[in-house]
Design a protein around this ligand. Structure first.
Ligand code: ADP
Ligand code: MG
Length: 331
């Protein structure tokens, strides 16, 4: 009998297959399935843990990636998962498999970027593992953070009628990557969004402390996929208004003659913005928070009971996006 390929299962089918074989322990309040696990350590604090891989040729291409920026990005994409739970990052662990062609200078640049970004987020590199790679450069980062007991915001708390908000703007990272792949040079600000994303730690903490967010996730796989994860975990549906999706001036300027690029804002991924839901009565408080943090927080849609995600255009018709988001095993 022919063996099933991973592409038939997909990335999330594979994770579900792993999850179904795992038990739990009493101190593990939340295991596989959210941005971080949650472990209770005492009566007041909980530990958040998350891990991510970055592999040369899959997540980054060294021909257009600066090693210092890669070090910074390796921290930011992990810290972003702590932010997505409303936590504060504390320690990082770095596993690195180094190919023979990487020089000591390159490695120094990477570590410099890693350590300086960790410091900016208030975290410290506390351990790891180093070995030789016979293939690509492989970076595995684990991050631990903390959150006050019971304050961690999961993906599963969205309720019908809640509004859907997203921070910053979407699509810049994917657009920069597309231009690089096409051999074009993106504007510096666009390239920065791809090479040096910022984890929204302050926003996540404020949302968790205030109790304003009912559910939250960071946008790593694209809005459609990540809102999909959030509504699946919450057993709800959602409607998103296409014209409300926040776009940077650089993204908007690239649209004339390339309207298909709008899809990058929906499904492109690697934005590392926070996507969260909040009861409709909190809209004023969210606007106030946006002012205080000097960060745009856009209301892009609403949670409903219908199940599934619909992206509507201004005339009320469905927006026909082709991809659903990033899946490592999709065909
Ligand atoms: P994120 O995009 O927030 O990093 P992922 O989509 O990578 O999250 O993973 C979804 C969930 O599945 C997370 O809770 C993650 O810890 C878990 N997960 C992913 N891969 C594995 C694995 N190989 N073993 C156990 N859990 C996994
Ligand atoms: Mg995440």
């Amino acid at each position: 009998m022919k063996k099933k390929g991973l592409s038939e299962l997909g990335e999330f089918g594979l994770i579900e297959r792993i999850r179904s074989q795992v038990g739990t322990t009493s101190s593990l309040r939340l295991g596989i399935g959210d941005d971080c696990s949650i472990q209770t350590i005492d009566g007041s604090l909980e530990i958040l843990t998350s891990t991510d891989l970055l592999i040369e040729g899959v997540h980054f291409n060294l021909s257009w990636t600066d090693l210092t920026q890669l070090g910074r990005k390796s921290v930011a994409v992990n810290v972003s998962d702590i932010a997505a739970m409303g936590g504060t990052p504390r320690s990082l662990y770095l596993g690195i498999a180094v190919p023979p062609n990487l020089s000591i200078e390159d490695l120094d640049l990477f570590i410099h970027g890693f350590v300086s970004a960790a410091k900016e987020y208030g975290a410290v590199l506390a351990g790891g593992d180093t070995c030789r790679s016979s293939g690509p450069l492989i970076i595995s980062v684990t991050v631990q953070g903390e959150v006050r007991q019971g304050r961690g915001v999961t993906r599963s708390g969205a309720d019908s009628g809640d509004l859907v908000f997203v921070s910053g703007s979407l699509g810049d990272s994917a657009l920069a990557l597309k231009l690089l792949q096409d051999g074009e040079q993106p504007a510096a600000e666009l390239a920065e969004r791809h090479h040096c994303p910022q984890a929204r730690v302050s926003l996540g903490c404020r949302l968790a402390e205030s109790g304003l967010a009912s559910a939250m996730i960071d946008v790593s796989d694209g809005l459609v996929a990540d809102l999909g994860h959030l509504i699946t975990a919450s057993a709800k549906g959602a409607i998103v208004q296409l014209e409300k999706i926040p776009l940077s001036p650089f993204f908007q300027n690239s649209l004339p003659g390339h309207l298909e690029r709008m899809e990058l804002a929906l499904t492109g991924g690697e934005d590392y913005e926070l996507l969260f839901t909040s009861a409709a009565q909190n809209e004023r408080n969210i606007e106030q928070l946006a002012d205080e943090l000097n960060l745009s927080l856009s209301c892009i849609g609403k949670i409903n009971d219908d199940g599934g995600l619909q992206v509507l255009q201004e005339d009320g018709s469905l927006y026909p996006y082709r991809h659903s988001g990033f899946d490592h095993f999709s065909k």
